[in-house]
Design a protein around this ligand. Structure first.
Ligand code: FAD
Length: 385
């Protein structure tokens, strides 16, 4: 039996590594060659969802009864780390929304019917899932959401709008935050919302500065009627369900950010051994050697903090504070790492074709999406003093 410290140094078994290789092969063969093309198109083919579903990439840790594999969270970690090889943060985000952001809460608290109707086809890659929490008027302050779900007989009538919804232009269903009660967090519920309902409309596809291949939309709901049994979990307990769900979202954000930073530095060092200035490879300049030494040390610290949070999350221990710390630390660090790596590439870091230029642009999202750095600091301070 390996010691705890050995487990922390390498938590992966040969089975995890075999799964990692499957993901790597798929990402390098089916995704990476299209990185630029998909960014330019502002979308990627729906078949990517189908293929990832067939390979079991969405249901890694979900219930086998509904098409999942029931594996531990280190498999999710390996999957998320390998995604960065796509060199396309937009498609990575879309796939993570499908498997690790919109569906885990259905897996956890959904009824058998909701699991069969929404979870299973999402895990198989047949239906596209979205998570609809943020609104034009509220983001960080989730308890302030205004989209209403009014009970009329055995139906819920939904009115309102959502903004910044990933997979929003083509999702088949939304794990949707709605107000079923009074003001504040006690009046919030979750529902599973099929988008083929009358009164639902994609108002606009948003033009973003990064994560270009992922579609992000404003959604509009006008008297949309869904069966009341689509309520997800207990009525007016949605705020707690959303907070539970956020943990997986923030953890995958930290994981993908650490892997992305390792990749940026490795790419930069490779470039710096080939590119010469003043008669020597630019990586030989001490100012850069020291900068990369600092970054490698900080990235290692971010990764260990993230792995610590993964270990706690995987063990089912409360990990809100550690997950918030991991997202905060990795997200803020990534801004500096991306900036320096791009600077190291010189003009080559300023064109679309170079991975680092797109990574520098895309990484900006990490301190904003899924809970801002300021919100992470609020959580950490509330839980610490
Ligand atoms: C590309 C992209 C994809 C997204 N995908 C989704 C999705 O699929 N589903 C979804 O529901 N949402 C999604 N979002 C929304 C995202 O989660 C929100 O943008 C985020 O939660 C922040 O909310 P906000 O933009 O409304 O900022 P606001 O809440 O308006 O915050 C504005 C600023 O005020 C600061 N601030 C707020 N409260 C405090 C405080 N208490 N103390 C100190 N500072 C504070 C914030 O940190 C921030 O700097 C996405 C966003 C983007 C950009």
């Amino acid at each position: 039996m390996p010691s705890t410290s050995a487990l922390m140094l390498n938590p992966y078994t040969p089975e995890h590594e075999a799964f990692r290789q499957t993901v790597r092969q798929f990402v390098e063969k089916e995704m990476a060659p299209h990185a630029l093309e998909w960014d330019k198109a502002g979308i990627f083919p729906r078949e990517v969802f189908n293929k990832c579903g067939e390979l079991g990439f969405f249901g890694i840790n979900h219930d086998p009864k509904y098409g999942g594999s029931g594996l531990d969270y280190w498999y999710v970690t390996a999957f998320t780390e390998e995604l960065v090889r796509s060199h396309n943060a937009g498609v990575n985000m879309a796939l993570l929304v499908q498997g690790q952001m919109a569906t885990p809460i259905i897996n956890e608290i959904g009824t058998d019917e909701q699991k069969r109707e929404f979870l299973q086809p999402a895990l198989m890659g047949e239906k596209i899932a979205a998570l609809g929490i943020t609104e034009p008027g509220c983001g960080s302050d989730v308890a302030g959401l205004k989209t209403t779900a009014r009970r009329v007989g055995d139906e819920l009538v939904i009115n309102g709008s959502k903004m910044w919804i990933t997979n929003g232009t083509r999702c088949d269903f939304i794990t949707l935050g709605v107000r079923t009660g009074g003001l504040g967090y006690e009046g919030v519920s979750l529902v599973t919302f099929p988008t083929d309902v009358r009164g639902f409309q994609v108002s606009k596809k948003l033009e973003k500065i990064g994560n270009l291949s992922s579609d992000t939309a404003i959604l509009y709901f006008e008297d949309c009627r869904i069966p009341a049994r689509y309520l997800l979990g207990e009525e007016n307990q949605g705020f707690y369900h959303i907070m539970t769900n956020f943990q997986g979202e923030r953890l995958t954000a930290a994981i993908v950010t650490c892997a992305g930073m390792e990749q940026m530095v490795a790419d930069a060092i490779r470039y710096g051994t080939e590119r010469e200035a003043f008669g020597k490879p630019i990586i030989k300049f001490q100012v850069w050697r020291h900068k990369f030494a600092e970054h490698l040390s900080a990235i290692e610290a971010a990764k260990r903090l993230t792995y610590h949070a993964v270990a706690m999350f995987d063990a089912g221990e409360p990990a809100v504070k550690q997950i918030s710390m991991a997202k905060l630390f990795a997200g803020d660090l990534a801004q500096r790492v991306a900036y320096d790596c791009q600077q190291f590439f010189g003009a080559m870091g300023y064109i679309e074709e170079t991975h680092i230029s797109r990574a520098w642009r895309d990484v900006r999202l990490i301190t904003i999406g899924g809970g801002t750095s300021e919100v992470m600091k609020e959580i950490i301070s509330k839980m610490s003093f």
